[in-house]
Design a binder for this molecule. Sequence first.
Ligand code: ADQ
Length: 462
Amino acid sequence: MSRLIVASNRVADLDKAVQSGGLAVALADALHERRGVWFGWDGKVVSDGLQPGLNLTQHGPVRLATLPLTQRDYDEYYLGFSNNVLWPCFHYRLDLGRIDPKSIDGYRRVNQHFAQSLAALLEPDDLIWVHDYHLIPLAAELRALGVKQRIGFFLHIPFPPPDIFLAVPEQEWLARTLFSYDVIGFQTSVDTNNFRRYIIEHVGGEEISEGRVRAFGRTTTVKAFPIGIDVEAFYNMAHTETAEEQIMRLHRRSMASSHIVGVDRLDYTKGLPDRLKAFRRLLELYPENRKAVTMMQIAPPTREDVAAYSDIREELEGLSGAINGEFGDFDWTPVRYIHRAMQRETLAALFRGSQVGLVTPLRDGMNLVAKEYVAAQDADNPGVLVLSRFAGAAEELAEAILVNPYDNDEVALALQKALTMRLKERRERYEALITRVREHDVKNWQETFLTELRSAGAEIIE
Ligand code: ADQ
């Protein structure tokens, strides 16, 4: 069996992989089976001028190969191009894109440096799997060093429509570098179509057969591989004795009879201010919910060095304070807002103990929380998922109540529908959803991608 090499911006701590959830576990499993190597940034930032080499550590059959970033690399590659240009623009937020030519140079430089470090570790039969927007040009840099092994790429975030992609600086270079991969994987058919349209309409490429696209003198496989979760593990976490106790405490401590739960990194793509506004509209339009419903929003901090993230934090704190001030009473706090990471077991218990899972990103590659909420439910008395139609997950989870996350009244109506839905309809929707979540679980995602990568071989025409 060929060795698997995974390259991603950050390398997960394998000892904490179960804690950090589905993706780390899935990749760790695949790496274990194939005595693999996980390559990427160790999360440390060192002074400019220092350029420490790769740090290799062995964890059973898996080797971690990590390296730090210099301060300049961190500013230009990580904060600059990855998180101030690609992240907002690929989430359709051109207004938040901060274009700085230095950051593009830094992005190229770090990808080149990563390629040099990685190339030295490769064996002839290796399969290489590169993850996410930080490392788009990695395969092109590896090819420039003579690497011939199969290389696949998976984009965890959306791929925008051509008109938006055209506004990304150096977009044609990015697209060209993608053609150094043998397989390019997206989350959904919408992302795949956006990419295909850009290639056909703007760089003269063509689709030569289903899933095979030719451009820049190369042919490659372009397909959707919707990512999933470890369904059984998440269900089990929601059904431990501790989980039972946590659910009882949640219900005992609150006079509300129904709970709405939201769990997201504190990111402007997740639609958090609009979500709180929709909850306020629920209380205004359907006053019977006052003192009867509580909304819990858990939003741990991320990327605090990026300015747009501190603005959203202030906005959320203001909104939750205003709703509690206006509607709350001595015995009822309408919104509970928690700005901290939590144990996954606690999240699973909260999902199971809440009648409604509210997942309303303005745009999301997939959104694993939507799948986790479904996985945590009890089949005989399941809760209802209210899901943004702009989350990648909506493509598979059509039996959720799908909403436009920008329309606060529509979301309020969906919440009212979810809170009053009869058991029969809840069960029917749940059955359809859990079937889909099980079909496309994380194991299936990983195996389908690697099968495609093994059988693909991009033919070089030029
Ligand atoms: P994210 O944007 O991070 O991922 P998501 O898919 O929702 O978004 O995954 C977040 C994970 O973190 C979930 O497993 C969730 O349970 C966990 N989490 C969230 N809040 C937490 C908290 N307070 N404490 C502990 N854990 C918490 C990117 C893309 C997504 C895509 C994934 C996977 O942006 O669209 O679904 O990658 O491809």
